[in-house]
Every structure is written in structure tokens, then in C-alpha cells.
Design a binder for this molecule. Structure first.
Ligand code: IYR
Length: 219
């Protein structure tokens, strides 16, 4: 190694309960996360949203470039514009862009081009991936880095008792335009955040998980 300045790893996390118990508790939290499309308008304090971003921002990233931006929208006017843009793309998707297999796969979810939740949820967090650093520097493993950060964001929201949706109106360029983001920021994921509506339902299909031995291979 050359020129690497290292410090002792002292700030280690030690679970306050046995590891098996700690992970079981976390699993019980995470397994109850649902993608929600019916939100309550119950407000969520800005500082709580900041806490979620803080958690996401602990993510590892290629060469520690931290190539993400979390644009947190609460302004109703901006939310309405985002809804308008998303619904325009989604109408095209459902009418023309999606093929028959895709539409059949979506049928159990009951989704359509109407995205009312975009104006009801108290926050829309638009995650941007930075194709270059703000200083023009290279970034590495961009999708991996931003994907991990988004996963941590979703987990943190779940831990806070908040509901989320991973929404991907496609193409998403309209988000950069509405939010006035610079060219090196590319929209990655739109995450409505809030509380699930009292009468919220979730697709029965989404409750099913493939058995662990199908997704975990031990060699
Ligand atoms: N973006 C569309 C369609 C959609 C696609 C997938 I893959 C989903 O898991 C859910 C929806 C929409 O949001 O309706």
C-alpha cells in the first residue's frame, strides 16, 4: 500500500443482545415492509426524513465517492408537477411501452397510470446517481453504490415505522428537469415516504417469499 493513511478500527458495533437475537429482530422488522401505494397525508417531520438520509449515507461506495443526492420534496406544488410528469410517462408505459408479459406480471399488483400517492404522501424522496463527482471527478460502481444506499434508506424508513414505495416511472428525465438538477445527476429512484393509509391494501402476491434454500446456496 502506498500513501494510505489508516487509523485503528475502534468504533465497532457490538449488538446489545446475542447476534442471533439481533438479526431475528431486524428480520422481523424488515419482513413486514410492504411497497405501499395508498398513503395517509399524516405529516412526517423533516428531521425524521433527514435521519433516513443519514442512514442511507452510511452506505459503502466505490472509492468512497458517495455518488448520490437525496432530493426530499415536500412542496405540494412540486409534488403535483412530479405527479403530472410521472403519470404522463406511465400512460405511455401502460398503453404502448410494456409488452404483454410485463403487463401480465403487473396484473396481480393492480397498478395503473394513476399515481395519486405522489400528491398524498408527505414526502417524495428522489434519489439521484451522480455520474461524476461535483468536482468532475470519476465515480465507480455507480449503480451498486446508489442501490445499496437506497436499500439502507428503505430499511431505515421501515425501522421508523414509515411506509415507502420504490417507484420508477420510466424514463425519469422529467425529475431532473422539474427539480432543476445539474446534468451530472441522473434520476435513479423515486421513493414516496409517509404512513400507509388506514384503508391501505397490499397485493396478496407480495406476501410470498421464495424459500430460503432457493435464494441461499452454501458451498
Ligand atoms: N412503473 C409502472 C409499472 C410498474 C413496473 C414494475 I416492474 C412494478 O413492480 C410496478 C409497477 C408503475 O409504477 O405503475
Amino acid at each position: 500500500m502506498t500513501e494510505a493513511s489508516h487509523v485503528p478500527f475502534v468504533d465497532r458495533y457490538v449488538p446489545p443482545v446475542p447476534a442471533e437475537q439481533a438479526v431475528a429482530t431486524l428480520h422481523d422488522c424488515l419482513r413486514r415492509r410492504r411497497s405501499v401505494r395508498a398513503f395517509s397525508d399524516r405529516p412526517v417531520p423533516r428531521e425524521l426524513i433527514a435521519g433516513l438520509v443519514r442512514c442511507a449515507h452510511t452506505a459503502p461506495s466505490g472509492a468512497n465517492k458517495q455518488p448520490w443526492r437525496f432530493v426530499c420534496v415536500q412542496d405540494p406544488v412540486v409534488k403535483a408537477r412530479i405527479r403530472e410528469g410521472a403519470e404522463a410517462e406511465e400512460r405511455e408505459f401502460y398503453r404502448r411501452r410494456a409488452n404483454a408479459e410485463w403487463l401480465a406480471d403487473l396484473a396481480p399488483l393492480g397498478t395503473d397510470a394513476d399515481k395519486e400517492f405522489l400528491t398524498v404522501a408527505p414526502w417524495l424522496v428522489v434519489v439521484f446517481q451522480l455520474t461524476h463527482g461535483d468536482d468532475g471527478s470519476q465515480v465507480y460502481y455507480l449503480k451498486e453504490s446508489v442501490g445499496i444506499a437506497c436499500g439502507l434508506f428503505l430499511a431505515a424508513a421501515q425501522a421508523a415505522g414509515l411506509a415507502t414505495l420504490t417507484h420508477t416511472p420510466s424514463p425519469m428525465a422529467f425529475l431532473g428537469e422539474i427539480l432543476g438538477r445539474p446534468a451530472h445527476e441522473r434520476p435513479f429512484l423515486l421513493i414516496p415516504v409517509g404512513y400507509a393509509a388506514d384503508d391501505c391494501t397490499v397485493p396478496a402476491m407480495a406476501l410470498q417469499r421464495r424459500p430460503l434454500d432457493e435464494v441461499m446456496v452454501v458451498v
